[in-house]
Write a protein that binds this ligand. Structure first.
Ligand SMILES: *[C@@H]1O[C@H](CO)[C@@H](O)[C@H](O)[C@H]1NC(C)=O
Ligand SMILES: *[C@@H]1O[C@H](CO)[C@@H](O)[C@H](O)[C@H]1NC(C)=O
Ligand SMILES: *[C@@H]1O[C@H](CO)[C@@H](O)[C@H](O)[C@H]1NC(C)=O
Length: 242
């Protein structure tokens, strides 16, 4: 009996510990958390004069990427937002000449993967790392003295005209020009399939020789057949493995 009484407080303490532990670990969670990361589109809409930039942020889905990044990263982001006037003063057809992928790159080029206050630009190391990456074709430099911040790409000199929004995670600055990088206007390498020149070579070397042509196509047929057989074999094997 005495033993039971003497262990009872211990058991009680143990139970208390077990019960209180989850409560203790939970208690910091419901703390009145921050109101969530700022929404980039909402910030720009409120500031007006960014309808083109907003449209591009949405259609390229870069806005979603950025909002996701903001909620995860603690490095923050700096966005250079060109005004509608900046887009209007582009050479006509500039935007239309871009592919969808290039539009994504153009918008990503306006976003630096780090938070910069105006004064921090003075010590920034050039070129800045934008969301496009690839500093060679997409260089973005800043020079700053006091509150004057200039931005240079290899095609455009622009000026930071205004602070649209800033906290310690996100900074949005108004820029007076669309930041065009040279990399967007480099003609894409001639990608088309390497089959074409081969065909040309065959027809050039024997333009009238029908048997040769038949032989060649027969060879191609065989190899395609072999490839197909191989791939279905691999498929069956894979099906077995999984
Ligand atoms: C920014 O550019 C302007 C001309 O557009 C120039 O007068 C000024 O000195 C430049 N400032 C810096 C910090 O480069
Ligand atoms: C940007 O700055 C780097 C480093 O100072 C320099 O090498 C490069 O030429 C600059 N590019 C442009 C476009 O100003
Ligand atoms: C940008 O400014 C630099 C120096 O001020 C000048 O050499 C360059 O030509 C300018 N580039 C453009 C595209 O205006």
């Amino acid at each position: 009996m005495e033993q039971i009484f003497s262990t009872f407080p211990l058991v009680f303490f143990f139970l208390f510990f077990i019960y209180s532990t989850p409560t203790l670990s939970q208690s910091p969670a419901p703390a009145p958390g921050p109101p969530g990361p700022p929404d980039i589109i909402a910030i720009l809409q409120k500031a007006r004069q960014y309808t083109t930039f907003i449209r591009l942020l949405k259609t390229t889905q870069v806005a979603d990427q950025l909002n996701t990044q903001l909620s995860k990263s603690n490095q923050g982001l700096t966005i250079f937002a060109p005004t509608d006037a900046a887009f209007t003063s582009l050479k006509p057809g500039t935007l239309n000449s871009l592919t969808d992928q290039q539009k994504v790159e153009l918008i990503q080029f306006h976003v630096v993967s780090l938070f910069f206050s105006i004064s921090q630009f003075q010590t920034a190391s050039n070129p800045l790392r934008t969301q496009v990456g690839n500093d060679e074709q997409f260089p973005l430099n800043v020079t700053a003295t006091g509150n004057q911040v200039n931005i240079t790409t290899d095609m455009v000199n622009a000026t930071v005209a205004n602070t649209v929004y800033t906290d310690n995670l996100l900074a949005v600055y108004q820029v007076d020009k669309v930041l065009l990088p040279h990399g967007l206007f480099v003609p894409p390498p001639p990608a088309p399939a390497p089959v074409k020149p081969e065909k040309q070579a065959t027809s050039n070397s024997s333009p009238s020789d029908d048997t040769a042509r038949v032989d060649t196509s027969g060879g191609i047929h065989l190899s395609q057949h072999a490839i197909r057989a191989m791939s279905s074999l691999i498929f069956v094997l894979a099906a077995f493995c999984f």
